[in-house]
Design a protein around this ligand. Structure first.
Ligand code: SF4
Ligand code: SF4
Length: 345
C-alpha cells in the first residue's frame, strides 16, 4: 500500500494507542475528548459512578457528534475503558471498533514480543477493514510522521513557561484533535506570543487527561505557575519518539514500553510515583498537584503511594478530584491554601 497523508479519521481515547499503525492504514488518528458539559445520554449504558471522561465521550457518540469517524480504537487499560469498549458497538454506528491489548506489566521480558505480536494482530484487523495490506514502507513513513508531530509538540513545550498554561494545553489539544496534515502544518506555522505569567509558585500538574482548562487558569490566577505536566494530552503523549532506524513494528512496540507510564500500567512498585517526583525535581517545581477524575480507580490507588513518597522527600503534594468541567467548587479553596502554604515556605 503506497503512503499518502490520511483522509479518513479514526478516534482513540488513550495515548497507548499505536497511532503509527492507524496512520499507515490510511487514517487520521484523532483523540476523542469529552468536550461536552453534559453526559446524560450515557446513562442508558453507564452507571453514574463511572468517570466523567467515559460518560461524556459516550454521550457525544450517542448524540452523533462522532459520526464522521470511521471507527474507534480502545486500549486494554482500566476497567472503565474495557466496559466502554464492550458497550460502544451497541451504542454507536462505527464500522471499526478494536481494542489494542498492551500488556499490563511492561517490565516483563515477554512484554516486547507480546506487544509486537499484538501490533501484528491489530494490523491484520485493520487490513481486513480497509481491504489492503499495510506494507513496511507505509509503516516506516507513519513512524516518521508520528515522530514529526511529537517533535513539534516537544518544541512547543520548550516554550511553555513563556505563555499561560491554559494556552499551552489548548494548543496541544488542538494538535491532537486535528487531522494529521493540518496538525503538523498548524504546529509548524505556530507563532506564540510571549506573555509573562505572574505566578510565582512553580507547580507540576499531573493526571490522566486534562479537560478543564478553567482549573489551569485558576491555579495560575492564584499564584501558581505550571512549569511541567504529566497528562496523556500533555507530555506523556509526545515525550518519547519511536526509533526510525529499526523495523517499524519493533520501533512502535519499544516506544510504547519505554514511554512514561501511567498508573494503569506496571513497571515496578512505586515506579509512577517515583517518576513524578523526578519530574517535579527536574522542573525545579515547588510542588505537585494531582488532578484525579472522580471515580477513577487507577489514579486513586496510586495516590497513597505517591503521597507518602512526596511527604518522605518533603515535596508538597495535593490531590484534587474533578468531574464536570467548570465545577471547581470546594477544590478552589484547597488549591489556594496549598499555593499560599508553599509561598510562605
Ligand atoms: S492515563 Fe493511562 S489509561 Fe488513561 S489515557 Fe493515559 S495512558 Fe491511557
Ligand atoms: S484511567 Fe481513570 S479517567 Fe481514564 S478512563 Fe479509566 S477511570 Fe476514566
Amino acid at each position: 500500500m503506497p503512503f499518502d497523508l490520511p483522509q479518513k479519521t479514526i478516534g482513540y481515547f488513550c495515548s497507548y494507542v499505536p497511532e503509527e499503525l492507524l496512520i499507515a492504514a490510511g487514517f487520521n488518528p484523532i483523540r476523542i475528548i469529552p468536550g461536552a458539559t453534559d453526559a446524560s445520554l450515557s446513562q442508558t449504558h453507564l452507571q453514574s459512578y463511572t468517570c466523567y471522561l467515559a460518560r461524556a465521550c459516550l454521550h457525544r457518540a450517542i448524540k452523533g457528534e462522532l459520526n464522521s469517524l470511521e471507527g474507534v480504537i480502545f486500549t486494554h487499560t482500566c476497567d472503565t475503558m474495557q466496559c466502554l469498549a464492550d458497550i460502544w458497538p451497541q451504542a454507536c454506528p462505527h464500522k471499526i471498533v478494536e481494542t489494542f491489548n498492551l500488556p499490563t506489566v511492561l517490565s516483563s521480558e515477554k512484554a516486547l514480543p507480546y506487544t509486537m505480536a499484538e501490533l501484528e494482530r491489530l494490523k491484520g484487523r485493520l487490513e481486513a477493514s480497509i481491504g489492503l495490506l499495510i506494507g513496511e514502507e507505509a509503516l516506516r513513513e507513519a513512524v516518521k510522521i508520528a515522530n514529526r508531530k511529537r517533535i513539534l509538540l516537544q518544541n512547543l513545550a520548550s516554550r511553555r513557561e513563556k505563555m499561560p498554561a491554559s494556552r499551552f494545553f489548548s494548543l496541544v489539544n488542538k494538535a491532537l484533535t486535528l487531522p494529521l496534515g493540518e496538525a503538523i502544518s498548524f504546529l509548524e506555522n505556530l507563532e506564540v506570543e510571549e506573555e509573562e505569567n505572574p505566578g510565582k509558585v512553580r507547580i507540576v500538574l499531573a493526571g490522566s487527561t486534562l479537560d478543564d482548562l478553567s482549573l489551569v487558569d485558576f491555579i495560575e490566577e492564584s499564584g501558581g505557575k505550571i512549569v511541567d505536566d504529566d497528562f496523556c494530552n500533555g507530555t506523556r503523549y509526545f515525550q518519547t519518539l519511536a526509533d526510525e532506524s529499526i523495523p517499524p513494528i519493533e520501533a512502535i512496540a519499544r516506544r510504547l514500553l519505554e514511554r512514561p507510564i501511567c498508573p494503569c500500567k506496571f513497571l515496578k512498585p512505586g515506579a509512577y510515583s517515583q517518576s513524578l517526583l523526578e519530574k517535579t525535581r527536574k522542573a525545579k517545581a515547588q510542588g505537585l498537584i494531582l488532578v484525579r477524575q472522580k471515580f477513577c480507580d487507577p489514579w486513586g490507588w496510586e495516590f497513597p503511594l505517591m503521597q507518602s513518597l512526596f511527604q518522605e522527600k518533603k515535596v508538597p503534594i495535593l490531590m484534587v478530584e474533578v468531574e464536570q468541567p467548570g465545577s471547581l467548587g470546594p477544590i478552589a479553596t484547597r488549591i489556594q491554601a496549598f499555593l499560599e502554604m508553599i509561598a510562605e515556605g
